[in-house]
Design a protein around this ligand. Structure first.
Ligand code: GLC
Length: 397
């Protein structure tokens, strides 16, 4: 049996990367970008969005559906021009609750449920243009036609992969008689974040989500590209990552996401703590069952980090947080180097917004590895408001 100190030294070695290592990851990220853009096999899908940055002058009232995590949101958004946006009405509801779980269901059950929520939200005698933020990898075949390539974030709804998500939604809405809803645009949440930030700041050319999932988009020759960077796989996995990956819904996909996003960080901590417990290294006792899968969440991790107590669990949480930050920073560096000039980065997502010190440490890491000044800013609600901007940009297409 090894000592606690040697275990922690090993863990620190595995979970903290040097600036040199980050630059190497950035470089291989750049290579994957180039391959994906060139149509060669790559872990980055590099999916064109058909959308460019807005001017900030777009105006009007639009309906937004924000679907991609444990909660769905419907919003009525008013674009006022001059970079100003307000949300006039919204509702949020969970996809899973007492006796139901639409994250693991059939396409019909899921889309009928969404259509029902939309019809309850709107007035029957008004016409709405709807933008749909669909936070999964899909291929566009038109501004309002998106084919789901594969589910991520442990979603498993049968009959949607390979299908046009907007057609499924349209069908369910039509059955409910809601022909006053015009499905104008489908977009990824990173793209929504980018559009929202760019509505106010044209210098913003990278949009990213660090929440339940992780992904980034950027502006390539005037068009926003959804990279699906959560699938980046030129990374070395620790044994904890390997166990997590093997036990996930889609093993061998979304490596970066599984190492860096909110859906998984708590589970990595749990796997480490479980191993320490099995090796008899834990002297302190904690009120958690380290043997039960996914029983420790990233939200709990945030609580632990906010207490700043000096114990092993805090150290483990900090290491897992640090690696998430470093890996994501390395991908941003890869994009900035690909672009060749400094641009601002907009980020939305619960981990970035709520995990203690996450935003600060990300900024600090970027400063260490990228020589030019850039602004990294929280774009709250970007995925919802961005759907309205997309609908405005596409309403006449
Ligand atoms: C997952 C999805 C991606 C989304 C991200 C953040 O990585 O595949 O499309 O942008 O989660 O929600």
């Amino acid at each position: 049996m090894g000592s606690l100190k040697s275990f922690m030294d090993q863990l620190t070695y595995q979970f903290s990367l040097s600036n040199q290592e980050l630059k190497e990851i950035a470089q291989s990220f750049g290579e994957e970008m180039a391959k994906g853009l060139g149509g060669q096999p790559s872990s980055l899908k590099m999916l064109p969005s058909y959308l460019a940055n807005p001017t900030g002058k777009e105006k009007g009232s639009f309906l937004a559906l924000d679907f991609g995590g444990t909660n769905v949101r419907i919003l009525l958004v008013e674009l006022l021009g001059e970079g100003k946006i307000t949300v006039t009405k919204q509702k949020s509801f969970p996809l899973a609750g007492e006796g139901y779980n639409y994250m693991v269901s059939t396409a019909k059950e899921l889309f009928d449920f969404l259509a029902q929520q939309i019809t309850q939200f709107i007035d029957q005698d008004k016409t709405y243009y709807l933008g749909h933020t669909f936070s999964f990898p899909f291929r566009l075949e038109g501004v309002n036609k998106g084919i789901l390539l594969n589910w991520t974030k442990e979603f498993d709804v049968s009959g949607v992969e390979g299908q046009d998500v907007m057609e499924l939604l349209h069908h369910s809405l039509a059955q409910k008689g809601a022909d006053n809803v015009i499905l104008a645009a489908i977009l990824n949440d990173t793209v929504g974040t980018q559009l929202t930030a760019a509505y106010q700041d044209p210098q913003c050319q990278i949009g990213s989500i660090i929440g339940t999932g992780h992904n980034t988009c950027y502006l390539e020759k005037g068009i926003i590209i959804n990279m699906e960077s959560g699938n980046f796989n030129k990374l070395s996995l620790t044994r904890y990552d390997q166990i997590l990956n093997k036990d996930s819904e889609e093993p061998d996909s979304q490596w970066l996401e599984k190492m860096a996003s909110g859906r998984y960080l708590g589970e990595i901590v749990r796997l480490i703590m479980k191993e320490m417990e099995e090796q008899g290294l834990l002297r302190e006792s904690y009120p958690y069952h380290w043997t039960e899968k996914y029983s420790f969440s990233s939200a709990q991790m945030s609580q632990i980090l906010s207490k700043k107590e000096e114990n092993i669990l805090t150290q483990v949480c900090a290491l897992v947080r640090l690696r998430s930050i470093q890996l994501i920073a390395a991908t941003y560096l890869g994009i900035l180097e690909h672009l060749g000039n400094p641009v601002n980065i907009a980020i939305d997502g619960s981990l970035y917004e709520k995990m203690p010190d996450y935003a600060y440490l990300l900024q600090q890491t970027m400063q260490e590895i990228y020589p030019n000044p850039i602004t990294i800013k929280l774009t709250k609600d970007g995925s919802g408001m961005g759907a309205a901007i997309a609908a405005a940009l596409c309403q006449n297409k």
